[in-house]
Design a protein around this ligand. Structure first.
Ligand code: SF4
Ligand code: SF4
Length: 138
């Protein structure tokens, strides 16, 4: 899917940090060794398909507010291809950023649309319900 008008990854590398990448045995939370300081990929032309194919929701979906740029907030939104859950994956240095009002309002809206919304930080996860309640999630 093309990036939404006016949006690009720019200096953001959050997905290269917070997501697990089997191809490199890279665990979630550790910055990929191919990541350039200030943004970009050292092996851009040869990066694996999993990297080529990934686009966070902020990048492609206009209903994610511009101010929710993952580089600024420290949280990326994505739909899990296996579970179909709407995920908010947090920078390990900001594990509670999903509770920040602007972020939480977005998650609440997604829950009200009918998504199963889950915030993740490291090995911890919380479900966000459409009534605003939250609970640890396995
Ligand atoms: S988290 Fe989104 S905006 Fe940031 S680098 Fe990944 S795809 Fe681009
Ligand atoms: S290979 Fe490149 S695009 Fe893929 S996670 Fe590492 S730095 Fe990011």
């Amino acid at each position: 899917m093309p990036a939404a008008l006016g949006r690009s990854c720019g200096p953001c590398t959050l997905c290269c940090q917070v997501l697990e990448i089997d191809e490199f045995d890279k665990p979630a939370g550790a910055l990929c060794g191919n990541c350039r300081l200030g943004g970009g990929c050292k092996i851009y032309k040869k990066r694996p398909d999993v990297c080529r194919d990934f686009e966070c929701e902020w990048l492609t979906e206009r209903d994610v507010a511009v101010v929710l740029n993952p580089h600024r907030t420290g949280v990326l939104f994505m739909i899990d291809a296996d579970s179909d859950e709407y995920l908010a994956v947090c920078d390990p240095k900001k594990p509670h950023v999903w509770r920040q009002p602007l972020v939480f309002r977005h998650l609440l809206a997604k829950a009200k649309e009918g998504h199963v919304v889950v915030a993740k930080a490291g090995t911890f996860a919380w479900r966000v319900y459409s009534n605003g309640e939250t609970a640890p999630w396995a």
